[in-house]
Design a protein. Sequence first.
Length: 277
Amino acid sequence: MTTDQRPIFVDSHAHLEMEQFDPDRPAMLQRAQDAGIETILAIGSGTGPGSLDCAIELANQHDFIYATIGIHPHEAKLASDADFEEMAHLAKRPKVIAWGEIGLDYFYDHSPRDVQQQVFLKQLQLAQSAKLPIVIHCRPSDRSENAWEDCLKLLREHWAEGGVGGILHCFTGSWAHATQALDMGFMISFAGNVTFPKAQQIRETAKQAPLDRILIETDSPFLAPVPHRGKRNEPSFVKEVARQLGELRGLSTEEIGLQTTNNFYRFFSLHEKLNSI
């Protein structure tokens, strides 16, 4: 990147529709653009059934926002056949580029684990039919890593051969988990928690992951990075994630921004965006 080139970043995962942004959503999005955030992927899981088009509505209002659709494992118990039919139609919308976030959450267990797995598998089938990559949420319980074991097993058996790939969002696993996902064509996305003092396991993966397979995200409004920890997170803070990855890899914040931006556009085949960098 030349010295006169404006720094660019992509926030690959943000919940822009959430009520935390209701007081200042236009100003928040303007701050992101002012900070060099060129593109945001708005996650469309919302509050589950009844809000499955929430990210599409935002993406249709802003050229720099793309959307996903999906039912989060927290709301798996609420999913109905009608919701699956609705998502199959929503998947055809032009701004929808991924299916998610979907997966398993054994930490909160808001939905029974067997139901989480059933809804996860159904969405894998729908995403395959729509030829959309997936955005994975995987959070184990404090007592074991069984969510990772179950999630990776389901992906190997029901997704890997499709060749569409996906993103491990807000990665919190081990390098062993990351290598299994990388072998299946996944990207690894790092969020604000990579800056937390106790997140050494995440930083170890951030050091080792291939540079062309990493992304950065905020998971806004959650997980604000240091030095904003404890505040509401927002897309402009994704630069702090890039800064942490740069320190780990011996690169500048701007170099990580450019690399992860290229990775995002290449992965999603956004060639017009890629050629404009």
